[in-house]
Design a protein around this ligand. Structure first.
Ligand SMILES: NC(=O)c1ccc[n+]([C@@H]2O[C@H](COP(=O)([O-])OP(=O)(O)OC[C@H]3O[C@@H](n4cnc5c(N)ncnc54)[C@H](OP(=O)(O)O)[C@@H]3O)[C@@H](O)[C@H]2O)c1
Length: 246
């Protein structure tokens, strides 16, 4: 892997991600929110409805290593239904690295679902490892699961500001990696709740009706500041700070 910006050099995914300290200097109102997406050059976040065909091994390593740096991982219900997550950090070496950094072995999995229609037979719920916290507007109860599941109720629709505020104030969560999808991403961006965007740009064109990385309209143009740009095998790995000058 090469770093193209800010200072060109040979690097690795491990070296780059190890420089991140998302839990540092965090305000009291909400955690720092990092968003991660993989997209084609024409901005598509899915191929045949899945993200898997877009990213390479380096992209998967980036995602897995980003998970080693945060207190929690947030996932929209649509993404959970499509991707059927298992344990957050399956690699024991990565879990040991988290623990050596003073973090829990697995980040808290936060699911955002208005309807509480989730794939309860997915590994995240059946493996009994880590813990899940579901923010929902449903008054239903989740089924019994091997993994510990806690539910926070909202009226009408999940209030993302309130969800993040309670994570910070009531649970001490300092950093959240949001892994999408496009609907949740749009809602968070529209409310000014994203601090950084990690965007993998895969050297391919999907060229068809697929999801973009952001489904909903925004109240205005959001400027991004390029913090780094990496390259591996023709794939680009950009890290943007949200809220630069447009
Ligand atoms: N390329 C990538 O990096 C990448 C990353 C992630 C996902 N994806 C792809 O994106 C697709 C899924 O995206 P999606 O947009 O359909 O789903 P999503 O953003 O993951 O989830 C949307 C769902 O979140 C729930 N929700 C509850 N409150 C919300 C709120 N305030 N704001 C926003 N959402 C709220 C709703 O769940 P309920 O329906 O349960 O009420 C809503 O239907 C999949 O095909 C997946 O493969 C790609």
């Amino acid at each position: 892997m090469r770093r193209l910006l800010p200072d060109p050099a040979e690097t690795t995914v491990a070296e780059q991600i190890a420089t991140l300290e998302p839990g540092r200097d965090v305000g009291e109102s909400r955690p720092r929110v990092l968003m991660n997406f993989a997209a084609t050059v024409d901005g598509r976040a899915t191929i045949d409805g899945r993200s898997g065909p877009i990213g390479s091994r380096a992209d998967m390593e980036t995602l897995q290593r980003l998970r080693t740096r945060v207190d929690a991982v947030m996932i929209g219900a649509g993404t959970m239904r499509a991707e059927r997550y298992g344990r957050m950090v399956p690699d024991p070496d990565y879990r040991a690295y988290r623990e050596a950094s003073g973090l829990e072995h697995d980040p808290l999995a936060i699911l955002i679902s208005n309807r509480l229609e989730l794939p309860w037979d997915a590994g995240l719920f059946t493996e009994g490892e880590g813990a899940a916290l579901i923010h929902t507007a449903s008054d239903q109860d989740p089924p019994e699961t091997a993994t510990a599941v806690e539910v926070v109720r909202h009226e009408g629709s999940v209030d993302l500001e309130r969800a993040l505020e309670s994570l910070r104030r009531e649970r001490g969560i300092r950093s959240v990696l949001c892994e999408g999808g496009p609907t949740l991403h749009g809602e968070l961006q529209a409310r000014g709740l994203v601090d950084e965007l990690f965007l993998t740009i895969a050297p391919m064109l999907a060229g068809r009706e697929e999801r973009s990385i952001l489904s909903n309209p925004l109240p205005g143009v959001i400027g991004l500041e390029l913090a780094w740009l990496l390259e591996s095998g023709g794939e680009l790995f950009a890290r943007y700070r949200v809220g630069g000058s447009a």
